[in-house]
Design a protein around this ligand. Structure first.
Ligand SMILES: [Fe+2]
Ligand SMILES: [Fe+2]
Length: 157
């Protein structure tokens, strides 16, 4: 398999999961509407904006490698609010993204192909942002756990 094809097969699942993350943030935001502090809503919306940036970047690399635009999308997982469940699902997806990008960076490292050095750096930068998303969600969940009273009232943020 050529390096071009190896890299394309590496990028496609990353892109599919980025679309899923963006769609999940978008769709779940309607559960949070009116239930949750505007601060948390804004924060999750900033994650969504960053996922969108990742989508564009990955899609551009794929186009530069002569791939067709990715039309496939993954189904959005059905979830039962309360908010804790939503944040846990977001956290699960973010942790999966960290694992995936870490693996992808190592694969590109092993290729030792100068044509893909900038891609590797871009993936490392995305990885840093995904790791920040994980930390943010862990922090919100800790605040959620502390807020027992609000939790009992169904308002955990
Ligand atoms: Fe992302
Ligand atoms: Fe993320």
């Amino acid at each position: 398999m050529t390096n071009r094809l190896k890299v394309l097969s590496l990028l496609e699942p990353l892109l599919l999961d980025e679309y899923l993350q963006r769609d999940v943030y978008d769709t779940y935001s309607y559960y949070l509407f009116g239930l949750c502090s505007p601060k948390l809503q804004e924060h999750l919306s900033s994650h969504r904006t960053e996922e969108d940036k990742h989508i564009k970047l990955l899609q551009r690399y794929m186009m530069s490698l002569r791939a067709a635009p990715l039309l496939k999308r993954l189904p959005i997982p059905v979830i039962n609010p309360p908010i804790g469940n939503i944040l846990f699902k977001n956290l699960e997806l973010e942790m999966a993204a960290v694992a995936q990008y870490s693996k992808a960076v190592l694969v590109l490292d092993a290729l030792k192909d100068p044509a893909f050095v900038s891609l590797k750096v871009d993936l490392e930068n995305i990885l840093i942002e995904e790791q920040e998303h994980v930390h943010d969600l862990q922090q919100w969940l800790r605040e959620d756990i502390r807020s027992e009273e609000a939790k009992a009232a169904g308002k955990v943020c």
